[in-house]
Ligand binder design. Structure first.
Ligand SMILES: NC(=O)c1ccc[n+]([C@@H]2O[C@H](COP(=O)([O-])OP(=O)(O)OC[C@H]3O[C@@H](n4cnc5c(N)ncnc54)[C@H](O)[C@@H]3O)[C@@H](O)[C@H]2O)c1
Ligand SMILES: O=C(O)CC[C@@H](O)C(=O)O
Length: 387
């Protein structure tokens, strides 16, 4: 029986994909696998039996990835599973920033008891008027699962779209409309665009990427949309840019004590992925990733270990080994099998940065001695007997 701990509510459509060999438990210390959405795991004790964490979502800045890798805990996410939900939220943010729909709706609420409300509406509406987004220029920073959908949707709405992503994947490039202008220098986006939307992960290299120097280069009255993470924006600089009128509106899905209290901020309570469809998609993908890892040893969509697959486990014995990415590891692993007189029928080894993962399919069941011998090799962090 495998123990699963959920740190956030996870869609039942995902949880139903667990078989009878799995049980949901309360105590994270006893979990074999954890399902999480936005809960922060940085200060959490990671239990001895914990083999995997699946983030039902895209951003993994709430998980201590390196600490997990050192303990042989494989961390998964669900790329693209909530991208459409976020794209639609960005479009809502874009339209709400172009005209004061929020102010207008709130004002109607305040006068709704007045018998002359219809007349008042016609008289008062000009306060909430704005501009159209058609023919305006928008810069999309980060052309991954969400950025591509946002760029294509804005293009279809008649906007002139500029895209920037120095690390764009081949898949994303294929999915991007040919009308999107590919920009190699962020300064061009800052200089040209009426709207700028960020869709990059929060990393040391992207933290505060929208800072005073960036705002300085932007057009007067630019609108910034941030449906990625709050810390991508330097909030001191943002506050100054809003006060000077450089930034006309800041639309954020990640309000905090600072930005929620700023003028001209449209603060949305992290609703980007809060749709039935996104929650179901993320949960189902996360559970499938966990089951394939637990039952077959396969890794799909990991953010701290390499993806690695040998299909469904149908051999006499399969062993999965998390280890440091150092020389001579495969020779040492195969030597253990040879010393125990066990034939290897298939094997795979993949690496990602400092970490590597090897699976061995054997002609005989894995013995406790073999596991102990592998554990003793320098650089091994975890050994799992799959079968
Ligand atoms: N609001 C929400 O509910 C919500 C939901 C999903 C994701 N997100 C956030 O949005 C982010 C993006 O999600 P995604 O699914 O599109 O991820 P993704 O991994 O598919 O795309 C991220 C893209 O950013 C690019 N990138 C990385 N560093 C960059 C840089 N310095 N400049 C330009 N591009 C850079 C990458 O090459 C990649 O193409 C997530 O990391 C997460 O923080 C928010
Ligand atoms: O789980 C959520 O509701 C939000 C997820 C989102 O921030 C993500 O990075 O995928």
């Amino acid at each position: 029986m495998y123990n699963i701990k959920c740190l956030n509510p996870i869609s039942p459509l995902g949880m139903e994909l667990f078989s009878d060999n799995y049980q949901v438990i309360d105590d994270a210390a006893c979990a074999n696998a954890i399902l999480v959405r936005s809960a922060s795991m940085h200060d959490m004790e990671l239990g001895e039996n914990l083999d995997a964490i699946a983030r039902a979502g895209a951003g993994v800045n709430n998980i201590p990835l390196e600490k997990c890798a050192e303990k042989g805990i494989v961390v998964f996410n669900t790329p693209g599973a909530n991208a459409n939900g976020v794209k639609e939220a960005v479009l809502a943010g874009l339209l709400m920033s172009a005209r004061d729909f929020i102010g207008g709706v709130n004002w109607v609420q305040s006068v709704r008891e007045d018998p002359d409300v219809a007349k008042l509406v016609e008289k008062g509406k000009k306060k909430f008027a704005g501009t159209e987004i058609k023919d305006k220029k928008i810069g999309v920073i980060g052309l991954g699962a969400i950025g591509v959908l946002v760029a294509n949707a804005c293009n279809r709405l008649g906007m002139e779209v500029y895209g920037y992503d120095p690390f764009i994947s081949v898949q994303a490039a294929w999915n991007l409309s040919r009308d999107i202008r590919h920009i190699n220098n962020l300064d061009d986006i800052y200089a040209k665009c009426d709207y700028i939307t960020v869709h990059v992960p929060l990393l040391p290299s992207t933290e505060k990427m929208l800072n005073a120097q960036a705002f300085e280069k932007m057009k007067e009255g630019v609108v910034i949309l941030n449906f990625a993470r709050d810390l991508l924006v330097d909030e001191d600089a943002l506050s100054g840019a809003i006060a000077s009128g450089k930034v006309r509106k800041y639309v954020t899905d990640f309000p905090n004590a600072r930005t929620a209290n700023m003028e001209n901020v449209i603060a949305i309570p992290h609703l980007g992925a809060s749709t039935e469809e996104s929650e179901d998609n993320c949960a189902m993908m996360a559970v499938r990733e966990l089951r394939d890892f637990i039952e077959n040893g396969n890794i799909t969509h990991s953010v701290n270990y390499p993806d690695c697959s040998m299909g469904v486990c149908s051999c006499a014995g399969r062993i999965a080994v998390n280890h440091r990415n150092i020389p001579n590891m495969i020779a040492q692993l195969t030597s253990v099998c040879a010393a125990d007189g066990v034939n290897i029928t298939d094997m795979i080894n993949k690496s990602k940065g400092d970490w590597a993962y090897t699976m061995l399919d054997l002609a005989a069941p894995v013995t406790p001695k073999m596991v102990e011998d592998i554990r003793r090799i320098d650089g091994i962090v975890k050994v799992r007997v799959i079968k």
